[in-house]
Every structure is written in structure tokens, then in C-alpha cells.
Design a protein around this ligand. Structure first.
Ligand SMILES: NC(=O)c1ccc[n+]([C@@H]2O[C@H](COP(=O)([O-])OP(=O)(O)OC[C@H]3O[C@@H](n4cnc5c(N)ncnc54)[C@H](OP(=O)(O)O)[C@@H]3O)[C@@H](O)[C@H]2O)c1
Length: 326
């Protein structure tokens, strides 16, 4: 007998998400998997991303996600939505201690770490965050983000971030957008006493960064995948190899992309402000990709390589090419 989803008559121009909801007869199964960090804490494998969510949408998205079984929300001071994230958490009724909350230190706050975390905690209306990330290895001058400090860099910033751990305001500290070169500099600095728990980086089949991922594994740093779907207008959704694979599994392309990331050992941070998509994106329990399917997705970048976040908008180089951020 054919699986239920394959027995559904084909409807022309139907979207992946709509097909998923037509074919779904059972209830959704939110993925409860976690990944262990070098601190012993467990980060939930799927978190809701909130970048580029318009004002007014984030609170509802966070509330819907938490009600749908998400236990992990990713935000940043730079997204300008920490207040709404806090409101969404409150509106969901889910107790704070059941939620993994990540926020990030903005680039022009590097000399003001203690003040920055207090500002974020106030915005989020919470006494602590589970993970505080240095958003970029870019120490920009306060009030003039076209310039970097000449007497301060990310090693100094990390020295200050380490002090937060004993305050109880942050449970874990980590970095984001760090390639091998910058990590080598950070880890070899005399003032570095804590190995980052997480490096949040762009990871999807168009930018799988095997060298960086292997480096992180060797240092015990967890890789968290941003833009796991390929971000807005993702070119991945139309790839024949992925649509065929998704169809054969009775899943959406988005679910296959997320399941691939989770099975690679990463936490994935899909952003959506659309309730059905929010629900579908965590409905990843009870099925998996085979090793062959994973290997097939690993090949995608050979023909369809792309990167969402570059460093041209910053006055400092962040990505140094193959072998560093590949
Ligand atoms: N550390 C960093 O520097 C950094 C950089 C980039 C991103 N991030 C984090 O990572 C998160 C995710 O990255 P991202 O926002 O770039 O992109 P993403 O999660 O890869 O993709 C988001 C896009 O996919 C759409 N989408 C989501 N689920 C879908 C589904 N099931 N079917 C069809 N379309 C779907 C969303 O549309 P709708 O919202 O309209 O549904 C949105 O346009 C961010 O929100 C942020 O939290 C961090």
C-alpha cells in the first residue's frame, strides 16, 4: 500500500506547506531532541528564528511557536524585537524555565558588555538568557558603525563576556559568524578561559561549511545553523533533487532541510511568522533521513552554492574564503 501522502491526488501549483496540510492525517509531532553543549547544558535542536520578522509579527510568532511545542527562541539586540519576543513568551503561558532563549551582543556594544546584557534582559523581561552570543567578530565604534576600534577587538569583548557567567545573567556564552581564523585567534588568546559553547553560523545545503563544522567538532563547540532553509526566497525550495526527495518521504522540502541539519548534529533556527509553517517546521519527530539521503543533500552545494550573509556591510573582514567559512 502507498503511504498516505502518496495516495493524495496531485493538485497543480500547490505549495509544499499546503500539500503537507492536505496530506496530514495524524497529529503533529514536535521534535524534542536536544544537543549537548560543552557546558553540559542541552540546547533544543529546533529554535524559532526571528530575524527580519516585521514589528507586530514577532510576538504572535513566538507565542504560536511555544504553543506548538518549540522550546527554543533565537533573537538579537540588532533585530530590534527583543521586547516583542518577551511579550510572546509571556502570552504563550509557557514557564520561562521551559524555554531556551538566545540573544546576541550587537557590534557597537563590544566595549559595553555589562550594559548590553542588562539592556537585553530588560527588553526581554527576563532575569537571564540561556545563551548570549557575540553577534559578529566586529568591534564597531559606538555611534559610528562605519569604523572599528583600534584599541579593542573581539578577544577583548570575549574577556568581558566571560565575566557574565558568574553573574547568573547568562547560562552559556558563545559566538556567531566566526570562521576558523578568528576562532584560532580567540582560542589561543591568554585571556580566553572559556571555550565558546556555540558558534552560530550560516548552514544549509547551499553553504554546508564542512571544514568549519569539522573544526568546531574538534574543539567541542556546537554548531547552530542560521538561515537553515536558505533564508527569504530560498533557491533550495525548487531544486529537483530536494523536491523529489521530500515527495518520496511524504514531507515538505523545508522539513527535509531541517531534518538534515538536525541529523548533521546542529541546532536549526528556522524563521517563520506563518503559523502553519511554524508548526510544520518542528514536526520532525518519528522519521529520519537515511545515510544515503543525507549524503545526497551533502552534494547540493556542488551545483547550487550560495551564501546569504556576507561581510561587505562591515568595516572589517569576517569571512576569509575556503578553509575558513566554507
Ligand atoms: N547570527 C547571525 O548573524 C544570523 C544571521 C541570519 C539569521 N540568523 C538567525 O537564524 C534565523 C533563520 O534564518 P533566516 O531568517 O535568514 O532564514 P530561514 O529560516 O532559512 O528562512 C526564513 C524564510 O523561509 C520562509 N519559511 C519558513 N518556513 C517555511 C516553510 N515551512 N515553507 C515555506 N517557507 C518557509 C519564511 O517565511 P515566513 O516568515 O513569511 O513564513 C522566511 O521567508 C533568523 O531568523 C535569525 O534568528 C542569525
Amino acid at each position: 500500500m502507498l503511504p498516505v501522502s502518496r495516495a493524495i491526488p496531485r493538485i497543480p501549483n500547490i505549495t509544499n506547506t499546503a500539500r503537507y496540510f492536505f496530506s496530514k492525517t495524524n497529529t503533529m509531532a514536535p521534535l524534542s531532541k536536544t544537543h549537548k553543549l560543552n557546558t553540559g547544558d542541552e540546547i533544543p535542536a529546533v529554535g524559532l528564528g526571528t530575524w527580519q520578522s516585521k514589528p507586530g509579527q514577532v510576538e504572535k510568532a513566538v507565542e504560536a511557536a511555544l504553543r506548538a511545542g518549540y522550546t527554543h527562541i533565537d533573537t538579537a539586540y540588532a533585530y530590534g524585537n527583543e521586547k516583542e519576543v518577551g511579550q510572546g513568551i509571556k502570552a504563550s503561558g509557557v514557564p520561562r524555565e521551559k524555554i531556551w532563549l538566545t540573544t546576541k551582543l550587537d557590534n557597537d556594544w563590544h566595549k559595553h558588555v555589562a550594559e548590553a546584557i542588562d539592556t537585553s534582559l530588560k527588553n526581554l523581561d527576563t532575569p537571564y538568557v540561556d545563551l548570549y552570543l557575540m553577534h559578529w567578530p566586529a568591534s564597531l565604534v559606538k555611534g559610528n558603525t562605519k569604523e572599528v576600534y583600534n584599541d579593542w577587538d573581539f578577544v577583548d569583548t570575549w574577556r568581558e563576556m566571560q565575566k557574565l557567567v558568574d553573574t547568573g545573567k547568562v547560562k552559556n556564552i558563545g559566538v556567531s559568524n566566526f570562521g576558523v581564523k578568528n576562532l584560532e585567534k580567540l582560542l589561543s588568546a591568554e585571556s580566553t578561559k572559556i571555550v565558546p559553547a556555540v558558534n552560530q553560523i550560516e548552514l544549509h545545503p547551499g553553504n554546508p561549511s564542512p571544514h568549519l563544522v569539522e573544526y568546531l567538532r574538534s574543539k567541542g563547540i556546537h554548531a547552530s545553523a542560521y538561515s537553515p532553509l536558505g533564508s527569504s526566497d530560498s533557491p533550495l525550495y525548487k531544486l529537483n533533487s530536494l523536491t523529489k526527495l521530500a515527495e518520496s518521504k511524504g514531507k515538505t522540502v523545508q522539513q527535509v532541510l531541517l531534518r538534515w541539519g538536525v541529523q548533521k548534529g546542529w541546532s536549526v533556527l528556522p524563521k517563520s511568522v506563518t503559523e502553519e509553517r511554524i508548526k510544520a517546521n518542528i514536526d520532525l519527530e518519528g522519521w529520519s533521513l537515511t545515510d544515503e539521503e543525507i549524503a545526497q543533500i551533502d552534494e547540493v552545494h556542488k551545483e547550487n552554492s550560495f551564501k546569504v550573509c556576507g561581510d561587505d556591510w562591515l568595516p572589517v573582514k569576517i569571512f576569509f574564503g575556503a578553509g575558513d567559512s566554507d
